[in-house]
Design a protein. Structure first.
Length: 50
């Protein structure tokens, strides 16, 4: 019984960790995407004069 409780605790911790990572990206994705788009636009503008 003790081993089963340990496995359940590990499963709960894993699910919480996965939820935390998903939550982080959910909140941060608009900022990350905006940064990528800004860099892409800058590279495109620099290369358009070739």
């Amino acid at each position: 019984m003790k081993a089963a409780t340990g496995e359940l605790n590990l499963t709960v911790i894993t699910l919480i960790a996965i939820a935390a990572v998903i939550g982080f990206f959910w909140v941060m994705w608009p900022r990350i995407q905006e940064s990528i788009n800004n860099q892409w636009d800058k590279i495109s503008a620099d290369n358009s004069g070739l």
